[in-house]
Design a protein around this ligand. Structure first.
Ligand SMILES: *Cc1c(COP(=O)(O)O)cnc(C)c1O
Length: 465
């Protein structure tokens, strides 16, 4: 008989295996994608599996799954493991609430609302503000866009879109903007991609020019997406200057802070999102800079009536007690909704706002360690700018695409590449605040040793030059 207590015991054993494995092999033993099903038995069968076999299979799966919490993972805009946040997420799984009503979620509703309230205070939103926890940054952007659309054209919710609504974002912004335009009925062809300056920030003058031209042609400027931390360079669009324009033309301003909006917690770096209090909505991902498990995305709205206008729907079978302020399903996209708030709350509660600030500051310190190393070493070329945790570089004349792929295939370290204008480069992300200065320097050592000992890469670079 399987009981939850037995399985939790098994969980602890497996966790031990995984944590030891991470120590010994920070990069997972890679299984070739085209050999996956032959290498590991993932098949589902009619018959039950013997407990011992089950356990050893789970161990195999754990060991061969890419490891994102170790000191050699720099691939994406998340990494590391904040223990108190992991604790909170494990508890959320055990509790298994759904966040739509107070009746089913109880104090978890208050936990979510407290995070939202405190976040609104920190960015300077007033007493009418509120928010929700969407499934991620893409969904946060989507919900913001729908609110912006409905604010501009309230009849849209009932009749569908009949007016030529136009939306604006920089060419460096996240790709979800394009998908969302199509989902929202606005259409990909009605996005205007605004040029960026040499550091990857939206050029406000170009934005205004484009808006004027659209108005002249009968378009209705509806929504501007500004980015706080672009996906490749980690650039911050100038919010204050953009807000001057959105206020002048009465356009919804959303600030996509999925990547680096968490600088709001830092006295030293919050100037990067100066003017955010003038936006209509703002989102950030705690699973990126703050290191909670995926996903934990917070969408804040300056005036909560927009959340209600766009997302509430009466449902007598669901909302039976306690009133709208406690029935969060009235302002969410989904019906059943996972509790993403508890893991952030356990982290925040245990280390305080000061602790969150340290997490953010640490990443920028680590970025500086990397940038200094690169600047002091003539074998490297730097492509990124100050105040970014995306450190972009090339090493000697090694092709960055071949280099990143080879590092991954040889289980050396996991890092990705990116492009800006004509350049392609390695994008090294110092988002794991549990890393030390030595971990950063070790990455460069691993990379240099690998290049020195890998003949394939020499060939590649020779071909390129
Ligand atoms: C990561 C990211 C997103 C998407 O967030 P998900 O949670 O992955 O959907 C959106 N915008 C920016 C700037 C991002 O970095």
């Amino acid at each position: 008989m399987s009981t939850i207590k037995n399985d939790l015991k098994l969980f602890n054993e497996l966790a031990e295996v995984l944590l030891n494995e991470e120590q010994q092999n920070p990069v997972a033993e890679r299984i070739e994608a085209n050999q996956l099903y032959e290498t590991i038995d993932l098949s589902l069968r009619d018959t039950a599996m013997v407990d011992d076999d089950f356990k050893s299979l789970l161990q195999d799966v754990l060991v061969s799954t890419p490891k994102t919490a170790t000191s050699l993972f720099f691939n994406q805009l998340f990494g590391g493991r904040q223990p108190k946040a992991v604790l909170g997420d494990l508890l959320a799984v055990l509790l298994n609430n759904s966040m739509y009503t107070y009746k089913v979620a109880g104090p978890q509703v208050g936990i979510e609302q407290e995070i939202i309230r405190k976040s609104c205070n920190l960015i300077g939103y007033g007493s009418n503000s509120n928010g929700t926890f969407p499934t991620g940054g893409s969904m946060s952007n989507y919900m913001a866009l729908v609110m912006g659309r409905d604010a501009k054209d309230p009849s849209c919710r009932f009749d569908g879109m009949r007016k030529p609504l136009i939306i604006y974002t920089s060419i460096e912004s996240h790709y979800s903007n394009a998908k969302n335009a199509s989902f929202a009925g606005i259409g990909r062809n009605n996005i205007r991609y605004i040029e960026v300056d040499s550091e990857g920030k939206m050029i406000p003058e170009k934005l205004e020019e484009q808006i004027k031209e659209d108005i002249k042609n009968g378009g209705i400027p509806t929504y501007v997406n500004a980015t706080a931390g672009t996906t490749v360079l980690g650039a911050f669009d100038p919010i204050d200057k953009i807000a001057d324009i959105t206020e002048k033309y009465d356009i919804w301003l959303h600030v996509d802070g999925a990547y680096c909006g968490s600088v709001m917690f830092s006295e030293k770096y919050k100037h990067l999102i100066k003017g955010v209090e003038r936006s209509n909505s703002f989102s950030y991902n705690a699973h990126k800079m703050l290191g909670t498990p995926l996903t934990c995305s917070i969408l804040l709205v300056n005036d909560k009536k927009h959340l209600h206008n766009s997302f509430s729907n009466d449902a007598s079978y669901l909302y039976q007690t306690d009133g709208d302020d406690f029935n969060l399903g009235k302002t969410s996209f989904q019906c059943g909704r996972r509790n993403d708030a508890l893991k952030f709350w356990t982290l925040w509660k245990s280390i305080g706002t000061n602790g969150l600030e340290q997490i953010v500051d640490k990443q920028l310190e680590l970025a500086k360690v990397a940038v200094d190393y690169i600047k002091n070493n003539p074998d490297y070329t730097l492509y990124s700018y100050d105040d970014s945790i995306s450190v972009c570089f090339n090493y000697k004349d090694v092709d960055p695409v071949a280099l990143c792929t080879a590092l991954y295939e040889n289980q050396e370290t996991v890092v990705g590449f990116g492009s800006f204008n004509e350049d392609t480069f390695v994008r090294f992300v110092t988002i794991n605040a549990t890393n030390s200065k030595n971990d950063i320097l070790n990455f460069f050592k691993v990379l240099e040793n690998f290049v020195a000992n890998t003949s394939v890469l020499k060939t590649t670079s020779a071909l390129n030059t």
